[in-house]
Design a protein around this ligand. Structure first.
Ligand SMILES: Cc1cc2nc3c(=O)[nH]c(=O)nc-3n(C[C@H](O)[C@H](O)[C@H](O)COP(=O)(O)O)c2cc1C
Length: 179
């Protein structure tokens, strides 16, 4: 399945987890990676909308790869939705470009898996935290795949990162034997 991975991290130079996962994604067949801050810095008005829309049109599955900061999307990912998922293209009259494609969030979070539970500090699961993304995907006619979440990801050691990378490879469909 042709997959487009949209990566966003406001502090990519300081990233360990997202950086490792981006490198993994880049190594996989049939996967195109676009890092929003690498392309546009943190300028929310700088998107090449036509290029971004072409990249989406060429893919069957869209993956958003980003760290959870204040239980939310990154600023550039939110701006990407505002700019790229536009009226007349993603929704509204003739706005069917995303219809039938799949959306999956792949996120890293500093807090523990227990924190992201009904009994945990935030009394919310990661699925609940990502509700706006789910609503957005369903609104434009996409299939919303269960998110892949990596908890306790702050300062993760090499072994933990390798585990994250393995799970991403499996999720993006690389045959295990190819490794
Ligand atoms: C500004 C900021 C806000 C953060 N907010 C959250 C949060 O709301 N929930 C959480 O679980 N982790 C939070 N974290 C931790 C990050 O999610 C974690 O460090 C990151 O996912 C690890 O990936 P990285 O190495 O690519 O940065 C926050 C980190 C920063 C810098």
């Amino acid at each position: 399945m042709k997959t487009l991975v949209i990566v966003s991290h406001p502090y990519f130079a300081r990233s360990a987890a997202i950086k490792a996962l981006q490198q993994t994604a880049e190594s996989l067949p049939d996967v195109t990676v676009r890092n929003l801050e690498a392309l546009y810095g943190d300028d929310t008005a700088a998107f090449d909308v036509a290029a971004e829309q072409r990249a989406v049109e060429a893919a069957e599955r869209i993956v958003f790869l980003f760290p959870i900061h204040w239980f939310n999307l990154t600023p550039m990912l939110k701006a990407y939705l505002n700019e790229v998922w536009s009226y007349g293209w993603a929704f509204g009259p003739n706005g069917t470009a995303l219809k039938g494609k799949a959306l999956q969030a792949v996120v890293t979070a500093g807090a523990t898996e227990h924190t992201y539970s009904a009994e945990g500090l935030i009394e919310s699961t990661i699925d609940e935290v990502l509700t706006p993304l789910k609503a957005s995907a369903l609104y434009v006619g996409m299939r919303y795949l269960p998110p892949l979440a990596f908890f306790s990801a702050m300062g993760a050691d090499a072994k933990t990162l390798a585990g994250f990378e393995w799970q991403l490879k499996c999720a993006l469909g690389e045959p295990a034997l190819a490794d």
